[in-house]
Design a protein around this ligand. Structure first.
Ligand SMILES: Cc1cc2nc3c(=O)[nH]c(=O)nc-3n(C[C@H](O)[C@H](O)[C@H](O)COP(=O)(O)OP(=O)(O)OC[C@H]3O[C@@H](n4cnc5c(N)ncnc54)[C@H](O)[C@@H]3O)c2cc1C
Length: 360
């Protein structure tokens, strides 16, 4: 006997069409599928490389101001459970808890850190230990290093590929560029080509700028670049941070980043960014390194640094799940569940993420 969602799929009728299979679209699609919703994903993954370029780290601390990252106490436990569940669901491995090693640049930075370790709001993420021996044969560490707890890393491109295979094998993926001219709204929802759905949710990252229904969102996209370098004899279970982060990915390789450029919005690696990252890395390391790769992507950032989620002001069957900025890995799972509850259980959308803050 056919279950209802399979029947609707045969008729090309879906509960949701999701446009974009970056971190946002993938997390949203899986959240809806596990609730029993039928989903069609439309993605051409050559249009934006942002998620595939992401190192995939999340950090409960904002180092610059030494404050807790927004909603970290809620987002992190949620993300932990979510990504582990994804691993089980796909029978794959792509998520690891990894300590961040913070190398102090100045004495007063260390003192400020130490003063915060007893802060009831922040202290649970900070260790008191100051390690002056941390790989001093390889790293310049004259003032000491300390450790951030509860950080993690998602191997994003594997996560996306594994889900892409799953979506494709289960007939849920259209591998094509979405053509906005083919979208029609009707009383039951939307029609796109031969497919119909109750709602369509756009997750195109910064390419939402080309979406005629949502191009009024005041995005402030930021291009970012990373290099991959080879360095021997560094730990493989820790992310090292001082001006740049170094994420171990195996075989003595590390992803090192990152840069910010608000002008040149494209996925082309540049010499300027390579030199900028390499210069910072040279200051951090006592040993030479070999650059083996470089990648660029454009982050879908917004001035207020909050996701942009919700309904089109006129066409309520058109929705958006975007604006993940620099933190797609940490934000997406919690807010996908949150959006599901708004769409299906009459939950209220969190004011700070609600797209209605930009309605004119
Ligand atoms: C250098 C760099 C490092 C980063 N490091 C981290 C990190 O360590 N941790 C972290 O959490 N975040 C990091 N980020 C940010 C993270 O990458 C973003 O938050 C996240 O990728 C946004 O995901 P998204 O799904 O919204 O957008 P995208 O990744 O841009 O996905 C959008 C998808 O939609 C597709 N698409 C767009 N338009 C269309 C269309 N018309 N038709 C069909 N398909 C379409 C695109 O091709 C793409 O597949 C980093 C970003 C950069 C650039």
């Amino acid at each position: 006997m056919l279950i209802l969602s399979q029947y609707f799929k045969m008729k090309n009728q879906y509960d949701y069409i999701i446009v974009g299979q970056g971190i946002a679209g993938t997390v949203l699609a899986y959240t809806f599928i596990k609730k029993g919703k039928s989903v069609l994903i439309i993605d051409d993954n050559t249009i934006s490389k942002c998620s595939r370029v992401a190192a995939g780290n999340f950090n409960p601390i904002v180092f610059k101001r030494l404050v807790k990252s927004w909603m970290a106490d809620d987002l992190i436990p949620f993300a932990d459970i979510f990504y582990r569940e994804c691993e089980q669901f796909l029978n794959q491995e792509f998520y690891w808890k990894k300590e961040i090693v913070k190398i102090f640049a100045e004495e007063n930075e260390k003192e400020f850190w130490q003063s915060k370790t007893n802060d009831p709001n922040l202290g649970r993420y900070l260790t008191k230990l100051i390690d002056t021996d941390f790989f001093t044969n390889i790293i310049h560490n004259p003032i000491g290093a300390t450790f951030v707890k509860d950080a993690a890393n998602l191997f994003v491109s594997k996560f996306l590929d594994d889900f892409r295979n799953y979506f494709s094998e289960n007939g849920m993926l259209l591998n094509e560029k979405f053509d906005y001219e083919q979208l029609k709204m009707n009383t039951d929802g939307v029609q796109y080509s031969d497919y119909s759905a109750t709602r369509i949710i756009f997750c195109e990252g910064y390419k939402v700028m080309d979406n005629p229904y949502f191009n009024w969102i005041p995005l402030k996209p930021a291009k970012g670049e990373v290099i991959t370098v080879r360095i021997k004899n560094l730990p493989t279970d820790k992310i090292i941070n001082k001006g740049v982060y170094m994420l171990p990915i195996g075989d003595d390789l590390f992803i090192v980043g990152t840069t910010y450029d608000w002008q040149n919005l494209n996925d082309n690696p540049t010499e300027k960014a390579r030199n900028e990252i390499a210069e910072k890395l040279t200051k951090l390391l006592k040993v030479p390194f070999e650059i083996v790769d470089q990648q660029a992507g454009v982050r879908p950032s917004v001035n207020d640094r909050r996701p942009v989620i919700g309904f089109h002001p006129t066409y309520k069957s058109l929705c958006m799940f975007n604006g993940m900025g620099t933190k797609g890995v940490m934000l997406s799972p919690y807010f996908a569940e949150h959006f599901y509850s708004t769409l299906e259980e009459n939950g209220l959308l969190h004011n700070e993420v609600n797209i209605s803050r930009f309605y004119i």
